[in-house]
Design a protein around this ligand. Structure first.
Ligand SMILES: Nc1ncnc2c1ncn2[C@@H]1O[C@H](COP(=O)(O)OP(=O)(O)O)[C@@H](O)[C@H]1O
Ligand SMILES: CC(C)(COP(=O)(O)O)[C@@H](O)C(=O)NCCC(=O)O
Ligand SMILES: [K+]
Length: 267
């Protein structure tokens, strides 16, 4: 079995011997909608993609080409069953035990506000570490996936707290589930104008709720205006609708995964 406490060489690039083995790092961000992945070799991006949690063919395509020298790093907010199955599969197909990041009390210059840090979704924690690495200002980190999460980090690196709100798809599903007449077939884009059909009223209403939540989170928490970072499937749409600037960084969770790994593996 591969020793996953080895220092990943793409973090200590100076140590790579000329013509030495290629260091491979497969990184996964397992959300509630889908699994995002990227593959790095010597720290360079080689490939990326996404697949559904139960897509065994996709998992095999990803794992089979890896050798036992590979690193597999995972951020997962799926249940323990996914973790068990994926670990068994990786061990069987390439002889690597994946490393699963956990939310901790402190890492990468960020202090967690949770009394039980491990209860915080690791994707939220890693997105904050990724953002903190890019900016030392007060931060508002918005991850717009299945859930919309909004987290505030002070300039000193203290997690001030956060919000968990149903994301756009969940909001729409909730409406359809618990009403009889909210029904439509049109595929309407998210926008903020008042709707003049059921489809528009729903989609624009959801857009208003998502944008409004971010605006209210910032307004309610006063202090210095935070620098905005967006990630997640709906992140760029939300950033544009909010229209207050900020950066959309689809790899923020992966960036935080590297921050946490660097601390764990170089201890
Ligand atoms: N262009 C888009 N505009 C708005 N929402 C989008 C867009 N593309 C994807 N999404 C939404 O993003 C979500 C998936 O985002 P993702 O960050 O991968 O979620 P998770 O981390 O929960 O698996 C889906 O709910 C989907 O509806
Ligand atoms: C809030 C989340 C569901 C977001 O997950 P996602 O939308 O990325 O799939 C996830 O971070 C989670 O399961 N959190 C655990 C509860 C908490 O963070 O306090
Ligand atoms: K999210």
């Amino acid at each position: 079995m591969a020793d996953h406490h080895r220092i990943p060489v793409h973090i200590r690039r100076r140590d790579i011997p000329e013509g030495g083995p290629v260091s491979v790092c497969l990184q996964l961000d397992v959300g509630n909608s889908r699994v995002k992945w990227r593959l790095l070799e010597q720290g360079e991006l080689r490939d990326r993609g996404h697949f559904g949690h139960h897509d065994s063919a996709a998992k095999a395509r990803l794992l089979e080409p890896l050798g036992p020298e590979a690193n597999i790093w995972v951020s997962s907010v799926a249940g323990p069953e996914f973790e068990r199955e994926f670990t068994a599969l990786a061990e069987r197909l390439c002889g690597v035990s994946p490393w699963f990041a956990r939310s901790t009390a402190r890492a990468g210059g960020v202090a967690n506000s949770y009394a039980q840090p491990s209860r915080m979704g690791v994707d939220r924690w890693l997105a904050m570490l990724g953002a903190r690495q890019r900016s030392r200002e007060r931060l508002c980190v918005v991850d717009a996936g299945s859930a919309l999460t909004i987290d505030i980090v002070s300039a000193a690196g203290q997690h001030e707290g956060g919000y968990i709100i149903p994301g756009p798809a969940l909001m729409e599903r909730a409406l359809l589930l618990d009403t009889d007449r909210v029904r439509f077939d049109e595929d309407v884009s998210y926008a903020l104008a008042p709707g003049t059909s059921t489809a528009e009223a729903v989609r624009h209403g959801i857009a208003l709720a998502q944008v409004g939540a971010v605006a209210a989170a910032i307004a309610h928490n006063g202090g210095e205006q935070p620098t905005l970072f967006f990630c997640g499937g709906a992140g760029e749409t939300l950033r544009q609708l909010l229209d207050r600037g900020g950066s959309y960084l689809p790899d923020l969770v992966f960036e935080g995964l590297e921050v946490q790994a660097r601390e764990v593996f170089t201890d």
